[in-house]
Design a protein around this ligand. Structure first.
Ligand SMILES: Cc1ncc(COP(=O)(O)O)c(C=O)c1O
Length: 460
């Protein structure tokens, strides 16, 4: 870093790059991370000092922009290919159920996908609060417990557009008399390059099972989901081809079938520093394929649903920690452990669960002349509570160069997807505070949990 020109620090930390989802971030003249919202600007170091760390910083305008871009891309492609079906985005609520994520998506025209009765309860809550336009379609995935089925029936009776998806043979029984549209989920049995590529899939009906069902009352949607954070663009069309072969056969028995739901799976964030495939290429590939397939098979163009969660909400949140102390590491690629004031197992569980690689940047001293190779250690008692960037290292400013009383803050970018739902209280660690930055204002939407808050959950 010695001798590096100011302008190059931005490049070094991979900020201001659309392909890394960092077009919203920059470095100010003091070497600090700043977030742009149009002409508004938020200084991350100031937010950390005001609200303390660990701190989650959420930006609703990023969610709004990403969902709008996605819907525009599909609509443009549909027009270009003279495709007759419509595109519908369904936000998979599992990606992040927090109000600050769901409401901006609804406001931009997203429909909803739920996986559990409690996610559907959120829909009921929004509807009771008059936040919910009954034109919004809600797809109900996940195993249908009695509680889930009851809520599905209740909301349908109240005039909401609820579409339960049949995921196994017993659900055909339970939903056989459902008075409204239903969908069916299949296992397309296609191997995709992703952490979630499993030899044996446990979701959806096998092709044998789905064809054994015969006619399904009011069937409109054929649904599949291949996995998350798919690493190869070509897998989207490979799976779609297999699903469309099923669609054609099912449609002969169920003429009401008119929609293909391709599920989630578009990668959400930075992947070990690599640039991934582009949204435009994947969307174009999907629409182009469907148009040709329907022409060849002489069937009407189906509507297209996608449930890309990570892609839409991932980049709209960052999680910031501060370095508490350092310890040397004698024999490794990294030189120092930085112990942080948060936990990977509590606050960023995907680090442990799926060995996720994060885009980590310092919040202050981004222009430090010297950096050191670090591994990061979490607060808990567990030796797995660490982040080593897959056995490599994380370059960060040296703590010995800090001013007296200065803290070194570290931002983990792209933490909007799944980490809020995965939060837990290992070692009775507390949930961080969360602020939402919108229209130039900063609002504390969730306070840091106190020992009393956490103790109460455990009966104290
Ligand atoms: C049925 C279904 N749809 C959508 C998603 C969202 O996937 P992603 O966030 O990877 O796009 C998932 C994730 O598990 C899923 O199971």
């Amino acid at each position: 870093m010695l001798g590096m020109k100011k302008n190059n620090f931005r490049k070094f930390w991979k900020l201001g790059k659309k392909e890394n989802n960092t077009q919203y971030f920059n470095i100010n003249k003091d070497g600090e991370l700043v977030i742009f919202e149009g002409n508004y600007q938020y200084n991350v170091r100031e937010l950390c000092q005001r609200f303390g760390t660990p701190l989650k910083i959420m930006l609703p305008y990023i969610v709004e922009q990403r969902v709008e871009d996605l819907m525009d891309l599909f609509d443009d492609c549909i027009r270009d290919y003279k495709y007759k079906g419509n595109f519908y985005y369904h936000y998979p609520m599992k990606a992040n159920q927090c109000r600050e994520f769901v409401l901006p998506l609804i406001s931009e025209g997203a429909n909803i996908e739920t996986t559990s009765p409690n996610e559907l309860w959120v829909v009921k809550r929004m509807w009771q609060q008059n936040r919910f336009n009954s034109r919004i379609k809600v797809i109900c995935n996940g195993p249908k417990t009695a509680e889930y089925l009851e809520l599905i029936a209740e909301l349908k009776q109240n005039g909401l557009d609820i579409v339960p998806i049949i995921e196994d043979l017993s659900e055909k029984e339970a939903l056989g008399k459902f008075r409204g549209q239903v969908g069916v989920r299949i296992d397309v049995d296609v191997r995709a390059k992703s952490y979630w590529d499993k030899k044996i899939e446990r979701f959806g009906l096998s092709l044998e099972e789905v064809f054994s069902l015969g006619k399904i009352n009011n069937l409109t949607i054929l649904h599949y989901h291949l996995g998350s954070e798919m690493l190869r663009a070509s897998d989207f069309v490979r799976a779609l081809k297999k699903a469309m072969d099923v669609y054609v056969k099912l449609k002969k028995v169920n003429p009401s079938l008119d929609t293909i739901d391709i599920g989630g799976g578009f990668f959400g964030s930075y992947y070990a520093g690599k640039s991934m495939y582009s949204t435009k290429n994947v969307v174009t590939g999907i629409v182009r394929f469907l148009e040709k397939f329907c022409r060849d098979n002489e069937i009407a163009h189906p509507n297209i649903i996608c449930e890309w969660g990570a892609h839409v909400v991932g980049p709209s949140q960052m999680t910031v920690f501060s370095a508490l102390s350092e310890k040397s590491i004698p024999k490794a690629t990294a030189k120092q452990w930085y112990v942080i004031d948060g936990s990977f197992q509590t606050h960023l569980l995907d680090t442990w669960a799926v060995h996720k690689q994060w885009h980590v940047v310092p919040v202050n001293n981004m222009d430090a002349p010297k950096l050191t190779r670090t591994w990061l250690a979490g607060l808990s008692c567990d030796s797995d509570d660490k982040y080593t960037a897959g056995g490599s290292y994380i370059l960060l400013p040296r703590l010995q160069d800090l001013e007296p009383n200065e803290k070194q803050y570290l931002a983990f970018l792209d933490t909007g997807h799944y980490q809020d739902g995965f939060l837990n209280h290992h070692c009775l660690n507390a949930a961080p505070a969360k602020v939402v930055c919108q229209d130039g204002d900063v609002k504390l939407v969730r306070k840091r949990e106190t020992p009393e808050d956490v103790g109460k959950m455990f009966g104290w």
